[in-house]
Write a protein that binds this ligand. Structure first.
Ligand code: GRF
Length: 188
């Protein structure tokens, strides 16, 4: 069995979708979900789906080895960032395979401050005709690692950040679990 942990800071619709996708998978298992926000809905979603759910503080993430040691102990094969807003300490990136989903077509609309509605607003303000999702490996720089997969959607002149977010969300639901599966299949 290949083991995944999911790190998320928010609602967790991607986390839930990934958990459901791998629920009866013969080779891939979601081990646990970890959030730096105690009140994040993702923790509730995980518990409802009978997946271990853990809170950790930003301070312990940055200045202790709690998570790192847990992931080593559990022999984790992949860390999935699904709406996770902290930068991973370099140690994690060197030791583990890490994948992230970004709700835009990187390298455009990436980097600091580019998250959630800020991204969709910027795309609309710049009158882009398309946006989409980028699933990429994570290295030490925000939104920078090797791109594994991109999918596009049309941006209509009447789109709002909310309506664009909805289109992007559909792409995320369709492609994130499959891309994770392909990535893990390609690893010995
Ligand atoms: C997604 O749009 C993802 O692309 C971004 O954060 C959002 C998380 O949404 N990285 P959710 O918490 O999975 O609903």
């Amino acid at each position: 069995m290949k083991k995944i942990v999911i790190l998320a800071s928010g609602s967790g619709s991607n986390a839930e979708n990934i958990i459901r996708f791998f629920q009866h998978h013969p080779n891939i298992l979601v081990d646990s979900v970890w959030s730096n926000k105690q009140e994040a809905f993702v923790l509730e979603r995980a518990e409802r789906l009978n997946i271990e759910a853990h809170y950790f503080s930003r301070d312990e993430f940055i200045s202790t080895d709690r998570l790192f040691n847990e992931f080593k102990k559990r022999e984790i094969d992949l860390i999935v960032l699904a709406g996770f807003l902290l930068l991973l300490p370099q140690k994690f990136v060197r030791e583990f395979l890490v994948v992230n989903i970004h709700p835009a077509l990187l390298p455009s609309y990436g980097g600091k401050g580019m998250y959630g509605a800020h991204i969709h607003q910027a795309v609309i303000t710049n009158k882009e005709i398309e946006s989409g999702i980028t699933i990429h490996l994570v290295d030490e720089v925000y939104d920078h690692g090797k791109v594994l997969f991109q999918a596009k959607c049309v941006v209509d002149p009447q789109d709002t950040p909310e309506s664009l977010a909805k289109k992007i969300h559909e792409l995320e639901m369709e492609h994130f679990p499959r891309t994770i599966e392909a990535l893990l299949k390609s690893k010995p």
